[in-house]
Design a protein around this ligand. Structure first.
Ligand code: LLP
Length: 380
């Protein structure tokens, strides 16, 4: 990601900076790697709903995966065609279901039998047939942080495999529902291909059982989850999309006419974004030297919430000497810490620093805690 100091110095900090050129390269890499027949990539809008970013992604031809009425509206406004918008979410309100059906979204991913009944009722009230896919909980351990693991039996997501038949039968018997297929998502920031291979095996087994009962699946949606390199974002700015899509091509042979959907969020936008902040103070503590930034957990909550690591660079300092600093924000919480004992070039009050790989789940998860202003954004 580009960090042109002269340009970055002109804007008041803190702010999110997006490198649209890198986003463009990333989108080309996705499109190229996913060019197998039947493969369709949807951008998981939750990762970043910045209007400019959404527009660029919509223009690249990707579809959108949404999880709220707000995200459906944002996707439509950005120019995603309604039939390329998928609507998922563990607790959809009646108003959101009406919005989805009224806008003509491509598919609603159903999370439970209880929800299915509500969708059916609303579809019949509106006189439309609801295209639905069943989100299945495949009970696979994605070996990622427990807050972002979603495919285990104890998670709140999806229909348990043991309850799948009942839900399928209900859809097939209903005049207001049409079964598009199955939806899966096993977790986020997955760094090896193995969990995805296991997912493919699980899908093929389920599909065989359903086919044997005379039920066909025009659509399989395997969710998102491809991880990015938080340790060396400059060295690996574009994730290995080829390995990812090749894995599904190899392990999940599609039936004639079958479509395979992907919902990638982080892998598309993480590396094109950085949180840019200014050093307020370099404070000598009893045991540690603190760098106190003007950005905190209000702007980027991932380190506080998931113990996530974001690489930090001092854009101003040219010093060849390095020192260990603990880098914190100004918020009145001990959790407001970005990194402990990290080596940076000699750092002084007024230096500009960037927290890298912040394009996904950064700006969207920011808050106004401590009555702080909404974080601003700039594009280069
Ligand atoms: N599909 C579904 C159903 C999802 O729940 C998610 C993410 C995605 C797709 C996109 O996953 P991705 O490709 O971005 O891994 N806030 C957390 C991440 C939460 C992910 C939630 N679901 C973080 O900052 O790490």
């Amino acid at each position: 990601m580009k960090l042109p100091i002269d340009q970055l110095n002109q804007w008041p900090t803190p702010y999110y900076l997006y490198d649209t050129e890198l986003l463009g390269h990333t989108l080309s890499a996705v499109t190229e790697a996913a060019a197998f027949p039947g493969f369709h990539v949807h951008y998981a809008v939750k990762a970043n709903t910045n209007r400019a970013i959404l527009k660029i992604i919509a223009e690249s031809g990707l579809g959108a995966d949404t999880v709220s009425g707000g995200e459906i509206r944002a996707a439509l406004q950005a120019g995603f065609p309604a039939d390329k918008i998928m609507f998922a979410g563990v607790g959809k309100t009646d108003e959101e279901i009406r919005l989805a059906l009224g806008s003509g979204v491509g598919c609603i991913n159903v999370e439970s039998r209880e929800e299915l009944m509500v969708i059916e009722q609303i579809a019949s009230d509106m006189g439309v047939v609801a295209p639905v896919a069943i989100r299945v909980n495949p009970e696979i351990d994605a070996h990622t942080h427990h807050y972002i693991t979603t495919g285990l039996a104890e998670n709140k997501f999806g229909v348990a495999m043991s309850m799948l038949d009942t839900v399928v039968d209900h859809i097939v018997a209903s005049q207001w529902l049409t079964l598009r297929g199955l939806h899966f998502h096993i977790g986020s920031q997955i760094e090896t291909m193995r969990p995805f291979e296991i997912l493919c095996e699980r899908i093929l087994k389920l599909q065989k059982e359903l086919n044997a009962r005379g039920v066909s699946m025009p659509l399989i949606n395997v969710g998102g989850g491809l991880g990015v390199d938080y340790d060396d974002p400059m060295g690996h700015p574009i994730p290995d999309f080829k390995a990812y899509f090749d894995t599904f091509h190899r392990h999940l042979p599609l039936q004639p006419g079958q479509q395979l959907h992907f919902e990638l969020g982080r892998a598309i936008v993480a590396q094109c974004g950085a949180l840019v902040s200014r050093v307020l103070y370099v404070k000598q503590g009893v045991e540690k030297k603190f760098v106190i930034l003007d950005a905190g957990m209000t702007e980027l909550i991932r380190p506080a919430l998931y113990q996530a690591h974001h690489s930090i660079v001092n854009i101003t300092s040219q010093s060849p000497d390095r020192e260990l600093y603990t880098i914190v924000g100004p918020i009145c919480e001990s959790a407001d810490c970005f990194a402990e004992d990290t080596a940076l070039p000699l750092t002084r009050r007024g230096d500009l620093v960037a927290l890298l790989s912040a394009g996904a789940y950064g700006e969207v998860m920011s808050s106004n805690y401590n009555a702080r202003p909404t974080v601003s954004t700039h594009l280069i």
